[in-house]
Write a protein that binds this ligand. Sequence first.
Ligand code: PFF
Length: 459
Amino acid sequence: MAQRGGFSNRLGFVLAAAGSAVGLGNIWKFPFEVGQGGGAAFVAMYLLFCFILAFPVMVTEIAIGRKTQLNPAGAYTALGYRKWRGLGVLGILCGTLILSYYNVVAGWAFGYFVEMILGNFDIGTRFGEFTRDITTVGGYAIVFMLFTIFIVSRGVSGGIEKAAKILMPTLIAMIIGLVIYAMTLPNAMKGIEFYLVPDFSEINLKTIRSALGQAFFSLSLGMGAIITYGSYVDKNENIVASAALITLADVGIAFLAGLMLFPFVFSQGLDTNGGAGLIFITLPGVFESLGGHLGVIIGGAFFLLLSFAALTSTVSLLEVPVSYAVDEHRVERKKAVLLVAVIVFIIGIPSLMANGYSKILTNFITYIGAESPTDFMTFVGHIANDTFLPVGGILITMFAAYVWKKENLNRELEAGYPNFKGSFAEKYVDLGIRIICPLVLSILVIMSVLETFFGVELF
Ligand code: PFF
């Protein structure tokens, strides 16, 4: 066990887990989902899902991890439920799949940082060319993977925690600075209005599904990343309070990302519906309009921020299969890191090619009733983030409520929170894992699978 290590204190854990949660999902994906999902109505649903559906899952995942001090697969076995091991393995595979494409987008972010520093603002108009150029984006993906390898191979406290302690405060300072700057732009208020004044007629099944997927993805739930980080937490930490802090940090930073982005977009009268390209296509032009040095500074800061956010998340994604190899197969950490990173990179090659380089992968699948085809990378995202993660959430909460049972979960939560029994938190978590999460998540997942993959129009 000597190899496992652990976080040195509560702050270390909360920062690392918040680092996992805060990522491309908050700064790249959240604003464009808001843009496509009709603005504030999407934001309202996302917040609701984070606190009502995702929070009990977060508490449960940390508890399972801390109780067993093991990776997701080993955890179920250690609790005495070998049959559930498959759920842990599935989570590990899902994390590996997510990292395979997440690293590609993280590479774009870092590539854009370099372009901004070089003053190449026209990169936005050449986004298609950029992602199609397999040598460039492949190179950036390798560089990004090397950063991740560097941190994870240094272990939990010396690598993951230390990186989070440096990167997270920097990230928060940068995002606040950029929000303040964005507020001074012309038409900033129009952006804020779009972002914060809801129009509930915009809500439909597709936006509900995206908001749900986004809540789970954004909080790194449903696949065992938080079980893994929980396994490095000390017995006298208050799990419920830590989960609340992590959730608030994640939601807070997603919120700030929107406050920064929409004024940028509206200041140029641009379309909020830019989808995945909202940041990569639209923003460089905005930075260019700031002129010379200011554009380089603000543009560089923005993409550096995005890269930092992505890095603390790729680190947590890599840590999941690495902890599995270390715990279950006694592989030495550094070796495990290299081995897993190479496998992840190879699995990610189709995603690298799915953005213009390969026609087949770019136009991979056309959903029934859809106007245009979906590329392989987005398709993997739909399966992994929007389907598997909520399914993971259903199974984890059902496991805790009906197999492991409330008494055992509560006992773990009481360690570090002696007054947990009888508290509001106890009732909230209990109701969440027994009824609300399994029920609501099941309904939403079934409806969304029917609609997305089988074209059944539900409403
Ligand atoms: N939460 C990260 C983000 O919002 O970008 C993505 C992520 C990281 C998902 C780790 C899942 C995970 F286990």
